[in-house]
Design a protein around this ligand. Structure first.
Ligand code: G4P
Length: 532
């Protein structure tokens, strides 16, 4: 297969949803239809542990699909599918943003009974900003929910995206019999689910004017369908591929991941409409995936994936050219040549050493500590840098120190590692010594994760004291003089700290304090993220 063929058959996406909408279940069913697993249900419920810290790693692992494995790869109908897992917890993290940087499209799951929920809105916004195509799967149609027309309105009103229903459920709420496929103008009726969703659902296809169809679904359901379809044709959106590609129109599917209702149809249509790997912006112009010269960027770093080996993996998304094991590449930030040995790909917990990979693929590289989030690696004969990753201002802060001062060394090592992974941001309070650190995060859950990981991976119990700050500002004086606690008026209204590069940062409680500092330091410039 040529490089172009390999690119064309790849689909790299993430599933975004509010917790409980059915991300895990749908992922599992896609694997089932892809033949990657043979019986669904191997992914156990994590209900009891849902909001616990351990959910983040341990429990996810037990369920078979792990957030730490980052990517699932399987084939369906000639396509190679890469599903990137986004963390399933409530707390929104930078990790999720970064994962969304590495995909070409997103699948948004909506719980039919709950409609558009808070987390979905946030994740949707990130996808929207990247202008990537978004496909919607309205899930849990096997039980009572909002009516489909209202859900369409909700997508438009709450998210501001126009929706084009690709299929339409037939029957009444909670007892749908099948779906009408608008593209193919035919009906798929599903047999009873007798396997509790463990196996593919049996279905029958009917032409929309087949007299047998009326007999099967009843005149009332048939009439209701005609009425809905007329409404959709008259008042609804028209199908427009260009708008889908631009992320302005979301093709919408109805189904039930649990009972495999509409799952296959969704998968097939998704693969048909979703884009292959897209070009990327760099400081040397647009990089096309078909470019023969290899390039990739690091979007995630994960330490200690395997507790038996203290390893660290950097996950790269390939953007152009062909990846080969043991190839030498140029690492942009260090301006060094490095050899990519032992690259890995994943299905659930199984790692495989791979020999080659193509644009759209995700590869895990052993990282001896050289990689950082957002790093570009390229062919040695075409050096450039992809556009910067967005950084997010920390909003929660805590002071952390080891309970047992004898364990300071492990503590420092653990903190350092987690900082490199991008899980936390590290600060030093000026004059506070090195016994403790000030840690900043985007959400509070990261603190739990921090405590948990320091304990389980470094055997360090930490003392964590939340600090009352919610705003961080990187500081600089317009005349170039150094900002110090002494030269800043009102430094004691917050906490004056230095980031890892010794840049001055002020932590403040609220916008009001921020206003005071602005008013009283005319030369001061402030930024919510580090100055570059
Ligand atoms: P998440 O990853 O988005 O958080 O959701 P997950 O797939 O874990 O699903 C959350 C709950 O919703 C699970 O129930 C799951 O079985 C259920 N679910 C998923 N898809 C459907 C569907 O199409 N129909 C119905 N009725 N339920 C669905 P649970 O009670 O938390 O776990 P379990 O005991 O069922 O495993």
């Amino acid at each position: 297969m040529t490089l172009i063929d390999e690119i064309k058959r790849r689909r790299t996406f993430a599933i975004i949803s509010h917790p409980d909408a059915g991300k895990t279940t749908l992922t599992e069913k896609l694997l089932l239809y892809g033949g990657a697993i043979h019986l669904a249900g191997s992914i156990k419920s994590r209900k009891t542990q849902r909001h616990a810290v351990s959910d983040w790693m341990e429990i996810e692992k037990q369920r078979g699909i792990s957030v730490t494995s980052s990517v699932l790869q399987f084939d369906y109908d000639g396509c190679r599918i890469n599903i990137l897992d986004t963390p399933g917890h409530q707390d929104f993290s930078e990790d999720t943003y970064r994962t969304l940087m590495a995909v070409d499209s997103a699948v948004m799951i909506i719980d039919a009974a709950k409609g558009v929920e808070a987390q979905t809105k946030k994740l949707f916004k990130v996808c929207r900003e990247r202008h990537i195509p978004i496909f919607t799967f309205v899930n849990k149609l096997d039980r009572y929910g909002k009516i489909p027309l209202d859900l369409m309105d909700e997508l438009e009103n709450v998210l501001g995206i126009r929706a084009y229903p690709m299929n339409w459920p037939i029957g009444i709420d909670g007892k749908y019999l099948g779906v009408y496929d608008r593209e193919k103008n035919r009906v798929e009726l599903f047999a009873e689910d007798t396997t509790h969703g463990q196996k593919e659902r049996v279905s029958e296809i009917f032409a929309s004017d087949d007299p047998e169809l009326v007999k099967r679904i009843g005149q009332e359901n048939f009439d209701a369908l005609q009425e809905d379809l007329m409404l959709l044709d008259e008042a609804g959106e028209t199908f427009d591929k260009a708008k889908i590609d631009a992320g302005e129109l979301t093709p919408t599917f109805f189904g039930s991941a649990m009972t495999n209702f509409g799952v296959q149809n969704f998968l097939e249509e998704y693969l048909r409409l979703a884009p292959p790997p897209a070009p990327r912006l760099s400081d040397d112009g647009i990089i096309e995936p078909e470019d023969e010269k290899f390039s990739a960027f690091v979007f995630k770093i994960q330490a200690n994936m395997n507790p038996a080996h203290r390893d660290r993996l950097a996950f790269i998304r390939i953007c152009s050219g062909k990846f080969e094991r043991n190839m030498n590449v140029w690492h942009a930030p260090s301006d060094k040549l490095i050899k990519l040995a032992q690259p890995q790909q994943f299905l659930a917990q199984d790692r495989q050493i791979i020999d080659e990979a193509f644009p759209g693929d995700i590869v895990g590289l052993f990282d001896p500590g050289i990689f950082g989030i957002g790093d570009t690696i390229t062919d040695v004969n075409h050096k450039f840098k992809f556009e910067d990753f967005p950084t997010f201002p920390p909003e929660k802060f805590a002071r952390v120190q080891a309970k047992d001062t004898m364990k300071r060394k492990q503590f420092a090592k653990g903190i350092e590692q987690l900082t490199q992974e991008g899980a936390i941001q590290l600060f030093n309070q000026v004059g506070a010594g090195t016994e403790s650190y000030v840690v900043g995060t985007v959400g509070t859950l990261q603190f739990e994760v921090l405590q948990y990981r320091l304990k389980s991976e470094y055997n360090v119990d930490v003392l964590l004291t939340m600090l009352p700050f919610e705003v961080a500002r990187w500081l600089k004086f317009s005349d170039g003089t150094k900002v110090t606690p002494a030269s800043l008026r009102g430094a004691d209204r917050g906490m004056f700290v230095l980031d890892r590069d010794e840049n001055p940062v002020l932590l403040l409680e609220n916008e009001w304090s921020l206003g005071w500092i602005t008013d009283n330091n005319p030369k001061l410039e402030m930024n919510a993220t580090p100055y570059r």
